[in-house]
Design a protein around this ligand. Structure first.
Ligand code: GRF
Length: 203
């Protein structure tokens, strides 16, 4: 009888969301286990976090393969070999290959540091998002978690939480306030999805 879902977390940077997910798996809040971390960049803090936790951490760079097809195939095999149930994108800056999206449809989540559908799409990441939000004069920003499809920041929204914008906020201030909410919201959503997967596995 399965009591945990198997998670792959994809990162490109510092991995603070990865850390909160790993912590919530470790303390039992999420009925899941992070069994694979994939980064498209070497030398990022998120990989160090994964290694410290004893999790298989892999750098996957398309340019290291003879062509895109070989790279995509390798990634798909990696996920299959690890018997992954759920993919959580946590600051991952690349688009997933279509065959990965197809195989794991409705089981891939992404977190975005704004209230989608505003301030999303290709090139809208990191500070650019917070700069655009502040420039717009909006009175609030927030966090969005959505299912992943073939288009950047596009799939069905599964959770959103608002974050206030305060007078005098810099992009750094807003980023920090949003990130603190991300660390709470992503584990809550993953907890629910993992519970569903565990139930399915035990049918
Ligand atoms: C987060 O703000 C997330 O919303 C965005 O990228 C950032 C990743 O931060 N997709 P971290 O690597 O989890 O610290």
């Amino acid at each position: 009888m399965a009591d945990k879902a198997r998670l792959a977390v994809f990162i490109s940077g510092s991995g603070t969301n990865l850390q909160s997910i790993m912590d919530c798996c470790a303390d039992g809040t999420i009925p899941g286990e992070v069994v694979l971390v994939v980064s498209n960049k070497p030398d990022v803090q998120g990989l160090v976090r994964a290694q410290k936790a004893g999790i298989n951490a892999v750098v996957h760079r398309r340019k290291k393969f003879p062509d895109g097809k070989a790279a995509d195939e390798h990634l798909l095999q990696l996920l299959t070999r690890h018997e992954i149930d759920i993919i959580a994108l946590a600051g991952y800056l690349k688009l997933l290959p279509p065959q990965v999206v197809r195989k794991y449809r409705n089981r891939i989540l992404n977190i975005h540091p704004a209230l989608l559908p505003k301030y999303g799409g290709k090139g809208m990441y990191g500070h650019r998002v917070h700069e655009a939000v502040l420039a717009s004069g909006d009175s609030e920003s927030g966090v969005t978690i959505h299912l992943v499809d073939e288009i950047y920041d596009h799939g069905k929204i599964v959770a959103q939480e608002k974050v206030p914008i305060l007078p005098g906020d810099t992009p750094d201030d807003l980023a920090a306030r949003v990130l603190a909410v991300e660390h709470q919201l992503y584990p809550r959503v993953l907890k629910k999805l993992c519970e569903e997967i565990v139930k399915e596995k035990n049918l």
